[in-house]
Design a protein around this ligand. Structure first.
Ligand code: CUO
Length: 684
């Protein structure tokens, strides 16, 4: 029987023929002659024996009758693949179907080996990843980091020549890491460039790719899409990206992002990605300053959509929000109520196949990505592919991503602001009060957090095709912070043990003019830092919690899936946890950069009544440590409250400032985030 682990080898060296050696332990697939492509079939014996000299492991591949691959093969090997393009996602959905429906791991291996050299390599990676995440018999596999398989989507194209040279000339043990320059996509003349370290962060882009991998918006098997509260999570995860980005802007003396609310306006912010796609062998197209989006007519992609279509979809969605219901395909009203409204709206707006009516409400968010990504070549006159905002692994690099998502979030907020405010009773936890709250780094001043730069190395060898084997490292610079610990003192007057959810958020105190923010503004910048369950004994309790335990982040090692280092021991519960969990905000970006003189923030904590929040389910062995942004696989979202609670709605009357919003089970403290402009090497 096939070992499911070998399936992971199919991700390596994505454009090399499948029979070439793979893996740290040199492995080859014994590919049936009939499975080879025409180019290699006549010379298969010779090529396979040449590769075979240093082989340590051979994987037999059984010849089976292969399902019809004509649809998956209809996307060219060298085309750019994007999930935002309906034609591409239909093609990918077909391949996912094939992979998911193979009867056994053996058969899956056969069809995957056959398909690998025939379908688009990025689509192959995507479809096989989705299948491995969703098939019951392929659980517990470590998908290699997407950045290691397709490094060309994450780093400056100039480093690749150096990486090739290093791996060609120097023996594996003596190779030096190649430095990825920091700050390479623009000059100081472009104010938006101050945010390079956020937009171009590897971990942030990997998180976004992984999130969309875990929550695909289309598949023929509806159960792959229909996850608990997935529409709401689409809203919340992206709302949090916007809150974080705006706070990051304040750390760079920039105002909040302007939503792209008039589709006829030029997009002021240009972006030149300076990346080449290795699969397409083409540069990712740039977008010049002040480019406008225009009607799209790209026959090859089967896209014929007008800006006016987008405007119609938008108007209908606003109408639905204002009427309080959407109309489904049978003409029935589906209420946008307190409980389910945001989830439905998320599916409508994204849109996913769960949208109650795609004819009426269209495909607004996805097509925003498509329109902006093709603004440089709307009718394919220049035969150019889409820009970086057209793919979920690269979209967050582009300043226009945030303008678009600011607008999407504005539409969600139109709904949220119409819901009744939380009352005192809904917020309070009778008998429970917070008596003290502070945060500190190890040995540091209380209520001061510090950020600095760090250099880390990542092995990119799996992503290189046609080069000598062995590790080859790229060294990149990223923001990070000194780890910190919260201390929360809670008094329980109830006389019995009680349970609570501790919710921690941070937001800037002042707006871009230095004026204290009103609650209705500040709530939109509230960044969730952590959420966890505690038990409270009668009397005083002191709770300590470390920043590394955050419910929104995953550790550095898991973000980069450095599979060879810091891996939990095989067969342990920790290893099981490690597996699924590529989704999660990177811990090194937990807090914004801050300012040299300190960015003044409100740190907020709420201890809510767990009886109102709890979801009874078994989470042992589940990857749940970034649950706030990623949910928990095959489980319900582990909090009954609306995502973003208690800041997802307008505050009650009288609570115009955060300080007036507080009930006894909440507290705030002034915190300053200081940036220290030094670079530290992670390896010490
Ligand atoms: Cu994640 Cu627009 O949804 O990129």
């Amino acid at each position: 029987m096939a070992d499911k682990k070998n399936l992971l080898l199919l991700f390596e060296h994505p454009t090399e023929p499948v029979f070439m050696d793979k893996g740290k332990k040199v492995t080859v697939f014994d590919v049936p002659d009939n499975y080879l492509t025409d180019r290699y079939r006549p010379i298969s014996t010779e090529v396979q024996s040449r590769v075979g000299e240093k082989v340590e492991q051979r994987v037999p591949v059984r010849e089976i009758s292969i399902p019809d691959l004509r649809i998956p093969m209809s996307l060219g090997r060298e085309e750019q693949f994007s999930l935002f393009i309906p034609k591409h996602r239909r093609i990918a959905a077909r391949l996912i179907d094939i992979f998911v429906n193979m009867r056994s791991v053996d058969d899956l291996q056969s069809v995957a080996v056959y398909a690998r050299d025939r379908v688009n390599p990025v689509m192959f990676n995507y479809a096989l990843s989705v299948a491995l995440l969703h098939r019951p018999d392929t659980q517990g596999l470590d998908l290699p980091s997407f950045a290691q398989t397709f490094p060309d989507r994450f780093v400056d194209s100039q480093v690749f020549r150096q990486l090739r040279e290093e791996s060609f000339v120097v023996q594996p043990g003596s190779r030096m890491p190649i430095i990825i320059p920091r700050d390479y996509t623009a000059s100081d003349l472009e104010p938006e460039h101050r945010l390079w370290y956020f937009r171009e962060d590897l971990g942030i882009n990997l998180h976004h790719w992984h999130w969309h991998l875990v929550y695909p918006f289309e598949a023929s098997d509806r159960s792959i899409v229909a996850k608990d509260r997935r529409g709401e999570l689409f809203y919340y995860m992206h709302e949090q990206i916007m809150a974080r980005y705006n706070m990051e802007r304040f750390s760079n003396n920039l105002a909040r992002v302007q939503p792209f609310n008039n589709l006829r306006d030029p997009i002021v912010e240009g972006y030149f990605p300076k990346m080449d796609s290795l699969v397409a062998s083409r540069a990712w197209p740039p977008r010049f300053d002040n480019t406008r989006i225009n009607d799209l007519n790209r026959e090859q992609d089967q896209i014929n959509v007008e800006v006016a279509d987008m405007e119609r979809w938008r108007d209908r969605i606003f109408e639905a929000i204002h009427q309080g219901f959407v109309m489904d395909e049978r003409g029935q009203q589906v209420p946008l109520d307190e409980a389910r409204g945001i989830d439905i709206l998320g599916n409508v707006l994204e849109s996913s196949i769960l949208s109650p009516n795609r004819t009426l409400y269209g495909d607004l968010h996805n097509f925003g990505h498509v329109f902006i990504s093709y603004a440089h070549d709307t009718n394919n006159k220049h035969l150019e592919s889409f820009g970086v905002i057209g793919d979920s692994s690269t979209a967050m690099r582009d300043p226009a991503f945030y303008r678009w998502h600011a607008y999407i979030d504005r539409i969600f907020q139109e709904h949220k602001t119409r819901l009744p405010a939380y009352t005192d009773t809904q917020l309070n936890y009778p008998g429970i009060s917070i008596t003290g709250f502070q945060v500190a780094t190890n040995g540091g001043q209380p209520n001061v957090l510090t950020t600095f730069w760090q250099q880390s190395d990542m092995d990119l060898s799996r992503g290189f095709d046609f080069t000598p084997r062995g590790n080859v490292f790229a060294r990149f610079t990223h923001l990070t912070h000194s780890p910190f610990t919260y201390t929360i003192n809670v008094n329980n007057d109830g006389g019995a043990q009680r349970f609570a959810y501790v919710r921690i958020f941070i937001a800037p105190k002042n707006d871009e003019r230095g004026q204290p923010m009103l609650m209705r503004e500040q709530r939109l910048m509230m960044v969730e830092l952590d959420k966890f369950v505690v038990s409270l004994n009668p009397g005083p309790n002191s709770i300590r919690r470390r920043s590394t335990e955050s419910s929104v982040t995953i550790p550095f090692e898991r973000t980069f899936r450095n599979l060879d280092a810091n891996r939990p021991a095989a067969g342990t519960a920790e290893e099981l946890e490690f597996n699924f969990c590529g989704c999660g905000w990177p811990n090194h970006m937990l807090i914004p950069k801050g300012l040299p003189e300190g960015l003044r923030c409100d740190l907020f904590v709420m201890v809510s009544n767990y009886e109102n929040d709890r979801i009874d389910q078994q989470l042992v062995g589940r990857c749940s440590d970034a649950a706030s942004y990623c949910g928990v696989r095959d489980r319900l979202y582990p909090d009954r409250q609306s995502m973003g609670y208690p800041f997802d709605r307008l505050p009650r009357t009288g609570a115009d400032r955060l300080v007036n919003f507080l009930t006894p089970n909440m507290s705030i403290v002034d915190v300053s985030i200081r940036h220290d402009n030094r670079v530290v090497n992670r390896q010490g």
